[in-house]
Ligand binder design. Sequence first.
Ligand code: F6R
Length: 366
Amino acid sequence: EKGGYEHFMLKEIYEQPKAIFDTFRGRLLPDQNMIKMGGLFEYKDRFLNADRIIIVGCGTSWHAGLVGEYLFEDLARIPVEVEYASEFRYRNPVITDKDVVIAISQSGETADTLAAIKLAKQAGALIFGVCNVVGSSIARETHAGAYTHAGPEIGVASTKAFTAQVTVLALLSIQLAKLKGTLNETRYHQLLEELYSIPSKIEYMLKSDKQVRAISEKYKDAQNCLYLGRGYNFPVALEGALKLKEISYIHAEGYPAAEMKHGPIALIDENMPVFVIAPKNGQYDKIVSNIQEVKARNGKIIAIVSEGDEEIAKMADFTLEIPDSSEAFSPLLTTIPLQLLSYHIAVMRGCNVDQPRNLAKSVTVE
Ligand code: F6R
């Protein structure tokens, strides 16, 4: 059932090209220059007239929501708030019938997320679900939605569900942008084509994990790790850190790179591996200076860079390359090597990667 892979997690990492493809199959139609999403179409006016979108979720699904914030604001110019379901529901939040609430959940059973949408529904908001498990409690509680078609995710650490969630959010934001007129025709078409090419780019990246193994070997005994990213890749830094801590039990923190100087920089010494997500078309020059700040304090840099990058390669202890893409889709690529790093480090440390201690696949208690 693990299809020849040693663990479900590894199998699920390698299934991502298919999970993403299946998620946009029948929806993303570059040849016809269109996106078809029934749930969005049905509630088009609610989305277009919304004051804001509130995205709720927990854990990795919350991280996908953060990527969604960048997508919706950047492409469709709709204000977005991303909320931990557990905080949102107990905060006496201000919700009206002009709000659209997007609930993201792989299992569709997370208690806090379910309670958050029940509350928002009562206040009159439109509830849109992004779930992986068909017919799950959250899916049933929503007005409309778009399933991720990642297939069953068995490993406790979420991998393919995350990239499938980001794929749905990309489809939604591009289509909303089109409806709102915030994207010109050329850019719209480019984005459709580019999203369509993501699975093959991931396929290509998954061909060799030699460099990932070498890096894992080198840093597997670290006690702390820092993950830094900016813009669209800030949520990827959070997700990279979560993946490492939950399966390898190494303490890890994700930060927006510019925040480092406001505190975490004090932690940097020769024993601190710093994973920096630094593709070419993010805020490249800014992140180069963040890397210099780390190197000046003898920290170790492992950088995720665009293919052919030379500037960061000169400064970093290790680099991992990703194929070129628009910044908007880069999280779908930069996430992959970070998942693999966590996986290999955890295996090298003898951890039970598919069932890490203290964790459950679906959290049905609050
Ligand atoms: C992390 C992880 C958890 C889940 C979280 C939400 O790898 O798996 O953080 O993402 O418990 O679960 P769902 O998406 O099922 O609501």
